[in-house]
Design a protein around this ligand. Structure first.
Ligand code: GLA
Length: 417
Protein backbone atom coordinates (compact mmCIF):
# COMPACT_ATOMS: atom_id res chain seq x y z
CA UNK A 1 0.00 0.00 0.00
CA UNK A 2 1.07 3.46 -0.79
CA UNK A 3 2.86 4.80 2.27
CA UNK A 4 0.93 8.07 2.33
CA UNK A 5 -2.41 6.28 2.05
CA UNK A 6 -1.44 3.89 4.84
CA UNK A 7 -0.52 6.85 7.02
CA UNK A 8 -3.87 8.48 6.25
CA UNK A 9 -5.80 5.29 7.09
CA UNK A 10 -3.92 4.88 10.36
CA UNK A 11 -4.55 8.49 11.30
CA UNK A 12 -8.25 8.10 10.49
CA UNK A 13 -8.47 4.91 12.57
CA UNK A 14 -6.74 6.60 15.47
CA UNK A 15 -9.08 9.56 15.24
CA UNK A 16 -12.11 7.28 15.10
CA UNK A 17 -11.05 5.20 18.08
CA UNK A 18 -10.25 8.37 20.06
CA UNK A 19 -13.66 9.77 19.21
CA UNK A 20 -15.36 6.50 20.16
CA UNK A 21 -13.46 6.43 23.46
CA UNK A 22 -14.29 10.01 24.19
CA UNK A 23 -17.91 9.31 23.36
CA UNK A 24 -18.04 6.31 25.69
CA UNK A 25 -16.37 8.35 28.40
CA UNK A 26 -18.65 11.23 27.58
CA UNK A 27 -21.60 9.01 28.34
CA UNK A 28 -20.18 8.26 31.74
CA UNK A 29 -18.95 11.64 32.74
CA UNK A 30 -21.17 14.10 30.96
CA UNK A 31 -23.00 16.32 33.44
CA UNK A 32 -26.51 17.63 33.07
CA UNK A 33 -26.65 21.10 34.53
CA UNK A 34 -30.33 21.67 33.90
CA UNK A 35 -33.06 21.26 36.47
CA UNK A 36 -35.76 18.62 36.34
CA UNK A 37 -38.49 19.91 34.05
CA UNK A 38 -42.19 19.57 34.77
CA UNK A 39 -41.92 20.42 38.50
CA UNK A 40 -43.34 23.48 40.28
CA UNK A 41 -45.46 24.45 37.28
CA UNK A 42 -47.40 26.60 39.75
CA UNK A 43 -45.68 28.22 42.76
CA UNK A 44 -44.72 25.53 45.31
CA UNK A 45 -46.95 25.36 48.41
CA UNK A 46 -45.89 23.88 51.71
CA UNK A 47 -44.36 24.55 55.10
CA UNK A 48 -40.81 25.22 56.30
CA UNK A 49 -39.44 25.08 59.85
CA UNK A 50 -37.17 28.15 59.85
CA UNK A 51 -39.39 31.18 60.48
CA UNK A 52 -40.91 29.77 63.65
CA UNK A 53 -38.49 27.14 64.94
CA UNK A 54 -35.05 28.18 63.60
CA UNK A 55 -32.58 25.47 64.73
CA UNK A 56 -35.07 23.82 67.06
CA UNK A 57 -36.14 20.96 64.77
CA UNK A 58 -36.71 17.28 65.56
CA UNK A 59 -38.58 14.32 64.11
CA UNK A 60 -41.46 14.43 66.58
CA UNK A 61 -42.27 18.02 65.72
CA UNK A 62 -41.99 17.40 61.97
CA UNK A 63 -44.36 14.44 62.21
CA UNK A 64 -46.84 16.51 64.19
CA UNK A 65 -46.61 19.30 61.62
CA UNK A 66 -47.32 16.78 58.83
CA UNK A 67 -50.36 15.57 60.81
CA UNK A 68 -51.53 19.16 61.30
CA UNK A 69 -51.04 19.94 57.62
CA UNK A 70 -53.68 17.32 56.90
CA UNK A 71 -56.05 17.89 59.87
CA UNK A 72 -56.11 21.70 59.47
CA UNK A 73 -57.29 21.45 55.87
CA UNK A 74 -54.06 22.92 54.50
CA UNK A 75 -53.25 19.82 52.49
CA UNK A 76 -56.73 19.91 50.96
CA UNK A 77 -56.16 23.60 50.11
CA UNK A 78 -53.05 22.67 48.11
CA UNK A 79 -50.08 22.70 50.51
CA UNK A 80 -47.78 19.79 49.71
CA UNK A 81 -44.21 20.16 50.97
CA UNK A 82 -42.98 19.62 54.53
CA UNK A 83 -39.52 21.18 54.47
CA UNK A 84 -36.92 20.98 57.24
CA UNK A 85 -34.61 23.98 57.15
CA UNK A 86 -31.20 24.35 58.78
CA UNK A 87 -29.81 22.35 61.72
CA UNK A 88 -31.16 18.85 61.06
CA UNK A 89 -27.59 17.72 60.45
CA UNK A 90 -25.36 15.51 62.51
CA UNK A 91 -21.85 14.67 61.32
CA UNK A 92 -20.40 13.16 58.17
CA UNK A 93 -19.15 9.61 58.70
CA UNK A 94 -15.64 8.39 57.78
CA UNK A 95 -16.75 7.93 54.16
CA UNK A 96 -18.20 11.42 54.00
CA UNK A 97 -21.89 10.53 54.15
CA UNK A 98 -24.08 13.01 56.00
CA UNK A 99 -26.33 11.80 58.82
CA UNK A 100 -29.08 13.60 60.71
CA UNK A 101 -28.49 14.65 64.30
CA UNK A 102 -29.04 11.32 66.13
CA UNK A 103 -30.59 12.99 69.18
CA UNK A 104 -33.11 15.02 67.22
CA UNK A 105 -33.80 12.43 64.50
CA UNK A 106 -33.23 9.07 66.24
CA UNK A 107 -35.34 7.14 63.68
CA UNK A 108 -33.30 8.51 60.77
CA UNK A 109 -34.34 10.61 57.84
CA UNK A 110 -35.69 7.79 55.67
CA UNK A 111 -38.27 6.89 58.33
CA UNK A 112 -39.35 10.53 58.55
CA UNK A 113 -39.61 10.88 54.78
CA UNK A 114 -41.67 7.69 54.64
CA UNK A 115 -43.99 9.10 57.29
CA UNK A 116 -44.46 12.38 55.41
CA UNK A 117 -45.06 10.48 52.17
CA UNK A 118 -47.59 8.23 53.91
CA UNK A 119 -49.68 11.34 54.55
CA UNK A 120 -49.73 12.11 50.83
CA UNK A 121 -47.26 14.96 51.34
CA UNK A 122 -43.79 15.64 49.96
CA UNK A 123 -40.58 16.08 51.86
CA UNK A 124 -37.98 18.82 51.61
CA UNK A 125 -34.57 19.32 53.12
CA UNK A 126 -31.96 22.06 53.38
CA UNK A 127 -28.28 22.33 52.60
CA UNK A 128 -25.74 24.97 51.68
CA UNK A 129 -23.38 25.45 48.74
CA UNK A 130 -20.56 26.39 51.11
CA UNK A 131 -18.45 24.54 53.65
CA UNK A 132 -21.01 25.12 56.41
CA UNK A 133 -24.67 26.07 56.55
CA UNK A 134 -25.69 29.45 57.96
CA UNK A 135 -26.34 27.63 61.25
CA UNK A 136 -22.81 26.17 61.23
CA UNK A 137 -23.75 22.62 60.21
CA UNK A 138 -21.89 20.66 57.48
CA UNK A 139 -22.38 22.24 54.05
CA UNK A 140 -22.38 20.38 50.73
CA UNK A 141 -19.27 21.98 49.20
CA UNK A 142 -17.18 19.12 47.83
CA UNK A 143 -19.89 16.61 48.80
CA UNK A 144 -22.55 17.63 46.30
CA UNK A 145 -22.89 14.30 44.46
CA UNK A 146 -22.68 12.28 47.64
CA UNK A 147 -25.30 14.42 49.38
CA UNK A 148 -27.63 14.34 46.37
CA UNK A 149 -27.34 10.54 46.38
CA UNK A 150 -28.16 10.42 50.09
CA UNK A 151 -31.17 12.71 49.63
CA UNK A 152 -32.42 10.47 46.81
CA UNK A 153 -32.09 7.41 49.07
CA UNK A 154 -34.07 9.19 51.76
CA UNK A 155 -36.78 10.13 49.25
CA UNK A 156 -36.28 13.90 49.33
CA UNK A 157 -38.50 15.86 46.91
CA UNK A 158 -37.34 19.46 47.49
CA UNK A 159 -33.97 20.99 48.32
CA UNK A 160 -33.46 24.50 49.64
CA UNK A 161 -29.82 25.28 48.94
CA UNK A 162 -28.35 28.19 50.90
CA UNK A 163 -25.34 30.43 50.31
CA UNK A 164 -23.39 30.89 53.58
CA UNK A 165 -19.64 30.22 53.85
CA UNK A 166 -19.04 30.13 50.09
CA UNK A 167 -15.63 31.81 49.96
CA UNK A 168 -14.25 31.80 46.40
CA UNK A 169 -17.38 30.30 44.85
CA UNK A 170 -19.47 31.87 42.12
CA UNK A 171 -23.18 31.33 42.55
CA UNK A 172 -24.15 30.13 39.08
CA UNK A 173 -21.45 27.45 38.95
CA UNK A 174 -22.03 26.32 42.53
CA UNK A 175 -25.77 25.90 42.01
CA UNK A 176 -25.18 24.14 38.70
CA UNK A 177 -22.95 21.63 40.46
CA UNK A 178 -25.82 20.75 42.79
CA UNK A 179 -28.25 20.57 39.87
CA UNK A 180 -25.92 18.10 38.12
CA UNK A 181 -25.65 16.11 41.34
CA UNK A 182 -29.43 15.91 41.73
CA UNK A 183 -29.69 14.83 38.10
CA UNK A 184 -27.10 12.12 38.62
CA UNK A 185 -28.92 10.87 41.71
CA UNK A 186 -31.94 10.40 39.48
CA UNK A 187 -34.78 11.48 41.79
CA UNK A 188 -36.76 14.53 40.59
CA UNK A 189 -36.21 17.32 43.12
CA UNK A 190 -37.44 20.91 43.23
CA UNK A 191 -34.35 23.09 43.69
CA UNK A 192 -34.87 26.27 45.71
CA UNK A 193 -31.95 28.65 45.11
CA UNK A 194 -31.41 30.56 48.36
CA UNK A 195 -28.78 33.04 47.29
CA UNK A 196 -30.69 36.12 48.52
CA UNK A 197 -30.64 37.78 45.10
CA UNK A 198 -27.02 38.87 45.48
CA UNK A 199 -25.83 37.58 42.10
CA UNK A 200 -29.14 38.11 40.27
CA UNK A 201 -30.25 34.46 40.23
CA UNK A 202 -33.30 35.43 38.13
CA UNK A 203 -30.85 35.93 35.23
CA UNK A 204 -29.17 32.52 35.39
CA UNK A 205 -31.40 30.45 37.67
CA UNK A 206 -34.17 29.68 35.19
CA UNK A 207 -32.55 26.50 33.88
CA UNK A 208 -30.86 25.65 37.17
CA UNK A 209 -33.61 25.78 39.80
CA UNK A 210 -37.36 26.17 40.17
CA UNK A 211 -37.38 29.22 42.46
CA UNK A 212 -34.83 31.73 43.67
CA UNK A 213 -34.83 34.01 46.66
CA UNK A 214 -34.89 37.63 45.57
CA UNK A 215 -33.95 39.20 48.92
CA UNK A 216 -32.38 38.67 52.31
CA UNK A 217 -34.43 37.05 55.06
CA UNK A 218 -37.98 38.05 55.88
CA UNK A 219 -38.73 39.44 59.35
CA UNK A 220 -42.03 39.08 61.14
CA UNK A 221 -43.00 42.72 60.92
CA UNK A 222 -45.24 44.51 58.44
CA UNK A 223 -43.16 47.61 57.85
CA UNK A 224 -39.70 47.67 59.41
CA UNK A 225 -36.07 46.65 58.96
CA UNK A 226 -34.37 44.51 61.59
CA UNK A 227 -30.68 45.32 61.91
CA UNK A 228 -28.59 42.35 63.12
CA UNK A 229 -25.30 44.26 62.94
CA UNK A 230 -23.59 42.51 60.05
CA UNK A 231 -26.85 41.83 58.18
CA UNK A 232 -30.45 42.94 58.01
CA UNK A 233 -33.76 41.18 57.69
CA UNK A 234 -36.76 42.76 56.09
CA UNK A 235 -40.41 43.45 56.89
CA UNK A 236 -43.22 42.50 54.53
CA UNK A 237 -43.37 45.93 52.83
CA UNK A 238 -39.60 46.12 52.48
CA UNK A 239 -39.53 42.70 50.78
CA UNK A 240 -42.41 43.72 48.53
CA UNK A 241 -40.53 46.84 47.39
CA UNK A 242 -37.52 44.72 46.46
CA UNK A 243 -39.55 42.75 43.88
CA UNK A 244 -39.56 45.72 41.50
CA UNK A 245 -38.33 44.84 38.01
CA UNK A 246 -38.33 41.05 38.46
CA UNK A 247 -41.74 40.21 37.09
CA UNK A 248 -40.62 39.14 33.63
CA UNK A 249 -38.38 36.39 35.02
CA UNK A 250 -41.20 34.38 36.63
CA UNK A 251 -43.32 31.74 34.97
CA UNK A 252 -44.29 28.08 35.25
CA UNK A 253 -41.36 26.17 36.79
CA UNK A 254 -39.37 29.35 37.60
CA UNK A 255 -40.51 31.63 40.40
CA UNK A 256 -39.26 34.72 42.16
CA UNK A 257 -39.16 33.81 45.86
CA UNK A 258 -39.72 36.75 48.25
CA UNK A 259 -39.15 34.31 51.17
CA UNK A 260 -41.41 32.20 53.32
CA UNK A 261 -44.64 33.31 54.94
CA UNK A 262 -44.89 34.92 58.37
CA UNK A 263 -48.68 34.45 58.54
CA UNK A 264 -49.68 33.30 62.04
CA UNK A 265 -46.37 34.36 63.59
CA UNK A 266 -47.57 37.42 65.47
CA UNK A 267 -48.64 40.16 63.06
CA UNK A 268 -52.22 41.45 63.17
CA UNK A 269 -54.93 39.72 61.15
CA UNK A 270 -55.04 42.68 58.76
CA UNK A 271 -51.28 42.56 58.23
CA UNK A 272 -51.30 38.78 57.78
CA UNK A 273 -54.10 39.09 55.23
CA UNK A 274 -52.21 41.79 53.33
CA UNK A 275 -48.99 39.73 53.41
CA UNK A 276 -50.73 36.60 52.10
CA UNK A 277 -52.61 38.55 49.41
CA UNK A 278 -49.46 40.21 48.11
CA UNK A 279 -47.60 36.88 47.99
CA UNK A 280 -50.55 35.57 45.96
CA UNK A 281 -50.35 38.57 43.61
CA UNK A 282 -46.59 38.03 43.20
CA UNK A 283 -47.11 34.38 42.20
CA UNK A 284 -44.72 33.69 45.10
CA UNK A 285 -44.14 30.26 46.62
CA UNK A 286 -46.60 29.86 49.52
CA UNK A 287 -44.43 28.22 52.14
CA UNK A 288 -46.06 28.65 55.54
CA UNK A 289 -43.65 29.35 58.40
CA UNK A 290 -45.87 29.13 61.48
CA UNK A 291 -46.66 26.37 63.98
CA UNK A 292 -49.41 24.46 62.19
CA UNK A 293 -50.23 22.58 65.41
CA UNK A 294 -51.49 25.73 67.14
CA UNK A 295 -53.25 27.98 64.67
CA UNK A 296 -56.05 30.42 65.41
CA UNK A 297 -59.11 30.09 63.21
CA UNK A 298 -58.17 33.44 61.67
CA UNK A 299 -54.76 32.11 60.63
CA UNK A 300 -56.34 28.97 59.15
CA UNK A 301 -58.87 31.09 57.29
CA UNK A 302 -56.10 33.17 55.74
CA UNK A 303 -53.80 30.28 54.82
CA UNK A 304 -56.62 28.19 53.36
CA UNK A 305 -58.58 30.87 51.47
CA UNK A 306 -58.98 28.95 48.24
CA UNK A 307 -59.96 31.95 46.18
CA UNK A 308 -56.74 33.73 47.11
CA UNK A 309 -54.77 30.53 46.57
CA UNK A 310 -56.38 30.17 43.12
CA UNK A 311 -54.94 33.55 42.17
CA UNK A 312 -51.49 32.47 43.31
CA UNK A 313 -51.80 29.09 41.61
CA UNK A 314 -53.32 30.35 38.35
CA UNK A 315 -51.88 28.15 35.65
CA UNK A 316 -50.77 31.02 33.41
CA UNK A 317 -48.13 31.72 36.08
CA UNK A 318 -48.01 35.46 35.39
CA UNK A 319 -46.65 37.52 38.27
CA UNK A 320 -48.79 40.53 39.20
CA UNK A 321 -47.64 44.14 38.90
CA UNK A 322 -48.07 47.42 40.73
CA UNK A 323 -50.12 49.74 38.57
CA UNK A 324 -50.42 52.89 40.65
CA UNK A 325 -50.02 54.44 44.09
CA UNK A 326 -52.31 57.05 45.59
CA UNK A 327 -52.46 58.18 49.23
CA UNK A 328 -50.36 55.18 50.28
CA UNK A 329 -52.76 52.76 48.58
CA UNK A 330 -51.11 50.66 45.88
CA UNK A 331 -53.23 49.05 43.17
CA UNK A 332 -51.90 45.74 41.89
CA UNK A 333 -53.15 43.69 38.95
CA UNK A 334 -52.51 40.07 37.94
CA UNK A 335 -53.77 38.58 34.66
CA UNK A 336 -55.43 35.18 35.13
CA UNK A 337 -56.66 32.44 32.84
CA UNK A 338 -59.96 32.73 30.92
CA UNK A 339 -59.59 36.49 30.69
CA UNK A 340 -59.96 36.96 34.47
CA UNK A 341 -57.94 39.47 36.50
CA UNK A 342 -57.00 39.76 40.15
CA UNK A 343 -57.04 43.30 41.55
CA UNK A 344 -55.61 44.11 44.95
CA UNK A 345 -55.75 47.44 46.77
CA UNK A 346 -53.00 47.50 49.39
CA UNK A 347 -53.20 50.17 52.07
CA UNK A 348 -49.71 50.51 53.51
CA UNK A 349 -50.61 53.25 55.98
CA UNK A 350 -51.80 53.04 59.56
CA UNK A 351 -55.11 54.76 58.81
CA UNK A 352 -58.04 53.53 56.68
CA UNK A 353 -57.99 54.93 53.13
CA UNK A 354 -60.76 55.61 50.63
CA UNK A 355 -60.48 54.25 47.11
CA UNK A 356 -62.51 55.44 44.14
CA UNK A 357 -62.18 53.81 40.78
CA UNK A 358 -64.25 54.37 37.69
CA UNK A 359 -63.71 51.21 35.67
CA UNK A 360 -65.31 52.86 32.64
CA UNK A 361 -62.62 55.47 32.23
CA UNK A 362 -59.57 53.45 33.27
CA UNK A 363 -57.97 50.95 30.92
CA UNK A 364 -55.19 48.76 32.32
CA UNK A 365 -52.60 47.66 29.80
CA UNK A 366 -50.11 44.92 30.58
CA UNK A 367 -47.45 45.01 27.85
CA UNK A 368 -45.55 42.06 29.30
CA UNK A 369 -48.53 39.66 29.36
CA UNK A 370 -50.11 41.36 26.33
CA UNK A 371 -53.40 41.75 28.12
CA UNK A 372 -55.80 44.64 28.48
CA UNK A 373 -58.46 45.29 31.09
CA UNK A 374 -60.91 47.56 29.32
CA UNK A 375 -64.15 47.47 31.31
CA UNK A 376 -65.86 49.86 28.93
CA UNK A 377 -65.47 47.45 26.02
CA UNK A 378 -65.96 44.37 28.20
CA UNK A 379 -67.78 44.52 31.55
CA UNK A 380 -66.54 42.26 34.35
CA UNK A 381 -68.22 40.59 37.30
CA UNK A 382 -66.55 41.50 40.60
CA UNK A 383 -65.96 38.95 43.32
CA UNK A 384 -64.56 40.05 46.67
CA UNK A 385 -62.34 37.12 47.56
CA UNK A 386 -61.87 37.94 51.25
CA UNK A 387 -65.55 38.54 52.06
CA UNK A 388 -66.31 35.79 49.51
CA UNK A 389 -69.20 37.81 48.11
CA UNK A 390 -70.11 38.92 44.61
CA UNK A 391 -69.95 42.66 44.44
CA UNK A 392 -71.68 43.81 41.26
CA UNK A 393 -69.96 44.63 38.00
CA UNK A 394 -67.48 47.09 36.58
CA UNK A 395 -70.37 49.10 35.12
CA UNK A 396 -70.59 50.89 38.43
CA UNK A 397 -67.73 52.98 39.83
CA UNK A 398 -65.99 51.55 42.87
CA UNK A 399 -66.10 53.32 46.21
CA UNK A 400 -64.53 51.57 49.13
CA UNK A 401 -62.43 51.90 52.23
CA UNK A 402 -59.31 49.80 52.68
CA UNK A 403 -58.56 49.25 56.40
CA UNK A 404 -55.14 50.20 57.76
CA UNK A 405 -52.31 47.88 56.64
CA UNK A 406 -54.76 45.64 54.88
CA UNK A 407 -56.09 44.86 51.43
CA UNK A 408 -59.30 44.65 49.46
CA UNK A 409 -58.92 42.02 46.79
CA UNK A 410 -61.14 41.18 43.83
CA UNK A 411 -61.36 38.65 41.08
CA UNK A 412 -62.80 40.11 37.87
CA UNK A 413 -64.41 37.78 35.34
CA UNK A 414 -65.52 38.85 31.86
CA UNK A 415 -68.96 38.55 30.29
CA UNK A 416 -70.91 40.37 32.97
CA UNK A 417 -74.53 40.98 31.93
C1 GLA B 1 -30.37 31.83 55.67
C2 GLA B 1 -31.63 31.67 54.82
C3 GLA B 1 -32.81 31.44 55.74
C4 GLA B 1 -32.59 30.21 56.58
C5 GLA B 1 -31.29 30.37 57.37
C6 GLA B 1 -30.90 29.07 58.07
O1 GLA B 1 -30.42 33.00 56.43
O2 GLA B 1 -31.83 32.78 54.00
O3 GLA B 1 -34.00 31.30 54.97
O4 GLA B 1 -32.53 29.07 55.76
O5 GLA B 1 -30.20 30.70 56.52
O6 GLA B 1 -29.72 29.19 58.80
Amino acid sequence: MDFKLKKKILALAAALSFAAGAFAQGNNYVQNYTKYEGLALTPPMGWNSWNKFACNVDEKMIREIADAMVSSGMKAAGYTYINIDDCWHGDRDSLGFIHPDPKRFPSGMKALTDYVHSKGLKFGIYSDAGSQTCGGRPGSRGYEFQDAMTYAQWGVDYLKYDWCNTEGLKAEGAYKTMTAALRKAGRPVVLSICEWGTDKPWEWGQTVGHLWRTTGDIYNCFDCVKDHGTWKSWGIMQILDQQEGLRQYAGPGRWNDPDMLEVGNGMSVNQDRAHFSMWAMLAAPLIAGNDLRNMSQQTIDILTNREVIAINQDELGIQGFKHSTKDSVQTWYKPLKNGDWAVCFLNRSKTPQKVELNWQTETITDDFAKRELNAKAQPYRIRNIWTKKDQGTTKKALNLVVPAQDVVMFRLSPNAK
